[in-house]
Design a protein around this ligand. Structure first.
Ligand code: F1P
Length: 350
């Protein structure tokens, strides 16, 4: 099998994987999962590691915007090492949501133990099941059989499922309809833009920085992580306007600055990308609609043109970083199917 073939196959299969997951979710009874967790009576605490931590951040933003509840995201390790910061005595009771593709990550399972000791009920979402699925009867296991080391379709499918849950809890059927439009839309976008990403990835970079604001910030984080994991390249992520406050000193013609530009902050966020181009950087723009000035300035523009709410576009924004990471890795002579130093699950002797 060619280097990266398995990971690329799973990236390209996302339209079908999403359609299948959404079909399962349409018939799923969410009552036992969280039906008794009335929005507002709990703080939702999303917990994960690595890609699943960035997923937790995107899920927390989605819950806040869709239901108005209090929600936060933390890496599982924080619950183990400084629980006093995460589980303060004051405030709303927390309802943790443990996120793990494998259901086997040591830190996530140890965090589950902390919640059990504190008699805090929690929910799990997973693809593989394993111990996490056994620990709680409030478990949502998705039909995503992802073999690759790095997470791609598992990230987008679990994010879709958590957004679906938020929409169900808030009776937002329109948002659920929007999610159903995504598989077909992504299939068309992949046909249009994947070849451009593959070509763009042939240019080597010394450094990569992805920029975004709001609910897209965790998507920028995950995009950078995909580039790091799949190509052993150094990639960073910042809130878009924060990039001016120092980090832009790295910009040169050997640096890629990618902007995952929101609709609501388009003017301010695109101005950062235009400025980085004027400093000599190579730039990549992903937005729902791209104005002529950004299109003529960016070295790669990906226009999504999705007639859905901004929050429903999150999973589509991340696909281009998944592809970029794999194609850059292949061009650097690596095999994204077995990334340097990485294993599919992090288990700690303990
Ligand atoms: C979490 C994770 C992945 C990472 C690698 C190692 O896995 O850190 O994010 O890409 O695969 O494991 P999980 O807890 O979601 O199974």
């Amino acid at each position: 099998m060619k280097p990266g073939a398995k990971t690329l196959r799973e990236i390209y299969a996302q339209p079908d994987v999403w359609a299948n997951c959404l079909q399962v979710l349409d018939g799923f009874d969410f009552g036992p999962l969280a039906g008794d967790k009335r929005p507002g009576s709990f703080e939702w605490l999303f917990v994960g590691c690595g890609t699943s931590y960035y997923l937790a951040q995107a899920a927390a933003a989605s819950f806040i915007e869709l239901t108005g509840v209090a929600a936060r995201a933390v890496p599982a390790s924080e619950i183990l090492l400084c629980p006093q910061l995460i589980l303060p005595a004051a405030g709303l009771p927390v309802f943790p949501v443990l996120i793990s593709r494998s259901g086997h990550t040591s830190e996530v399972l140890e965090a589950a133990e902390v919640f059990k000791q504190r008699k805090i009920e929690f929910m799990g979402i997973t693809c593989d099941g394993n111990e996490l699925a056994e620990l709680s009867n409030r478990t949502l296991q998705l039909p995503v059989a992802e073999e690759s080391t790095v997470m791609t379709s598992s990230f987008t499918s679990m994010l879709l499922a958590l957004q679906y849950l938020a929409a169900r809890l808030s009776g937002n059927d329109g948002f659920i309809q929007s999610l159903h439009a995504l598989p077909g839309a992504l299939a068309g976008l992949l046909a249009d833009y994947a070849p451009q990403v593959e070509k763009f990835a042939q240019v080597s970079f010394d450094d990569v920085a992805f920029l975004a604001q709001g609910a897209l910030y965790p998507i920028a984080s995950e995009t950078a992580l995909k580039v790091m994991e799949s190509s052993s390249s150094y990639a960073q992520f910042f809130h878009a306007l924060e990039f001016r406050h120092g980090p832009k000193s790295i910009v040169s013609d050997k640096v890629l600055v990618g902007g995952l530009i929101s609709e609501s902050g388009y003017a301010e966020e695109s101005a950062v990308l235009l400025e980085m181009k004027s400093l000599g950087g190579r730039t990549m723009a992903v937005a729902n609609r791209i104005t002529p000035d950004v299109r003529s300035s960016a070295d790669l523009s990906i226009e999504l043109d999705l007639p859905v709410p901004e929050l429903a576009r999150l999973v589509v924004y991340v696909v281009w970083g998944q592809l970029l990471g794999s194609y850059v890795g292949i061009n650097k002579g690596f095999n994204p199917d077995s990334p340097r130093n990485l294993s599919r699950v992090v288990t700690l002797a303990g």
